[in-house]
Design a protein around this ligand. Structure first.
Ligand SMILES: CC(C)(COP(=O)(O)OP(=O)(O)OC[C@H]1O[C@@H](n2cnc3c(N)ncnc32)[C@H](O)[C@@H]1OP(=O)(O)O)[C@@H](O)C(=O)NCCC(=O)NCCS
Length: 196
C-alpha cells in the first residue's frame, strides 16, 4: 500500500516494496498491504470469535462490497493510518499490524494487531510483529508515544504487549466493554533497546 506524499504524517513513509525484518531471531516480517490480502482480511473480520476478542462488530457485508472498499483504500490510503501485513519468514500472511489515529501534534499514535491465523497464536509471532512495528516507528518517525487499548479480559494480548515493553496507563469503559490502556514511550523504548 503506497502512502500519498501529501498524506505522510509524522514521517511515516511508504516502504516502497521493502520488507521490514524483525530483530535477530524474529519469526516475522512486515510489508505493505496489497489487494491479495483481501480474502484473509475478509475471513478474519467475519470471524465472530476474533471480532469479540477485539471488541469489534463481526463483519456481515457481502465480499463483493468489501472488495470495492478494500481496493479503494489500497489506492487511496487513509492519511492517518499505517497498515502493514504480518508474514511468516516463509511469506505466509498471518495477520496485520497497524498504526492509526496518527497525531503529529501530540506525537502519538494508536497501535493495533491481529494474528488472524490461530495456528500462530502463543508462539511469539504477535510480539515479534509489534516489536518490529515499534522499532520502525521510533527509528523513522517523530512520534514520542505509542498506545493501545485491549479488553481487560484479553490476557493473551496484554501479555504480548507487555513483552514488547508496553505498560498499563489507564482504563476505559466504552459500549459496555472494559478496556485496559497501555503505552510505550520513546524514552522507555530507547532505554530497553540500549540494555538488550
Ligand atoms: C493478541 C495477539 C495479537 C497476540 O499474538 P500472539 O502471537 O498470540 O502472542 P505472543 O505469543 O507473542 O504472546 C502471547 C503470550 O500470552 C500468553 N498467554 C496466552 N493465553 C494467556 C492467558 N489466558 N493468560 C495469560 N497469558 C496468556 C502466552 O503464553 C504468551 O506468553 P509467553 O510468550 O510468555 O508464553 C493474537 O493472539 C491475536 O491476534 N489474537 C486474536 C485477536 C485479538 O486478541 N485481538 C485483540 C488485540 S488487542
Amino acid at each position: 500500500m503506497k502512502l500519498r506524499k501529501s498524506t505522510t504524517l509524522a514521517g511515516f513513509k511508504s516502504l516502497k516494496g521493502n520488507i521490514l525484518q524483525g530483530r535477530t531471531g524474529s519469526k516475522i516480517k512486515l510489508r505493505e498491504k496489497k489487494l491479495g490480502d483481501v480474502r484473509n482480511d475478509y475471513r478474519w473480520q467475519s470471524d465472530a470469535e476474533l471480532a469479540k476478542l477485539d471488541a469489534a462488530p463481526t463483519l456481515i457485508m457481502p465480499f463483493s462490497i468489501y472488495l470495492l472498499d478494500y481496493a479503494t483504500e489500497i489506492h487511496r490510503p487513509k492519511f492517518n493510518k499505517y497498515p502493514l501485513a504480518v508474514e511468516t519468514l516463509e511469506g505466509r500472511h498471518i495477520g496485520n499490524c497497524t498504526c492509526y489515529d496518527i497525531d503529529e501534534k501530540k506525537y502519538e499514535a494508536q497501535l493495533g494487531i491481529i494474528i488472524g491465523d490461530r495456528d500462530y497464536w502463543d508462539k511469539g509471532y504477535g510480539a515479534d510483529a509489534v516489536s518490529t512495528m515499534v522499532d520502525h516507528v521510533f527509528l523513522t518517525t517523530s512520534l514520542h508515544r505509542l498506545y493501545l487499548k485491549t479488553l481487560e479480559s484479553n490476557l493473551r494480548a496484554q501479555k504480548c504487549f507487555q513483552k514488547c515493553g508496553f505498560t498499563p496507563c489507564g482504563d476505559l469503559n466504552r459500549n459496555g466493554n472494559h478496556f485496559l490502556l497501555m503505552e510505550l514511550k520513546r524514552e522507555q523504548w530507547e532505554k530497553e533497546r540500549n540494555t538488550s
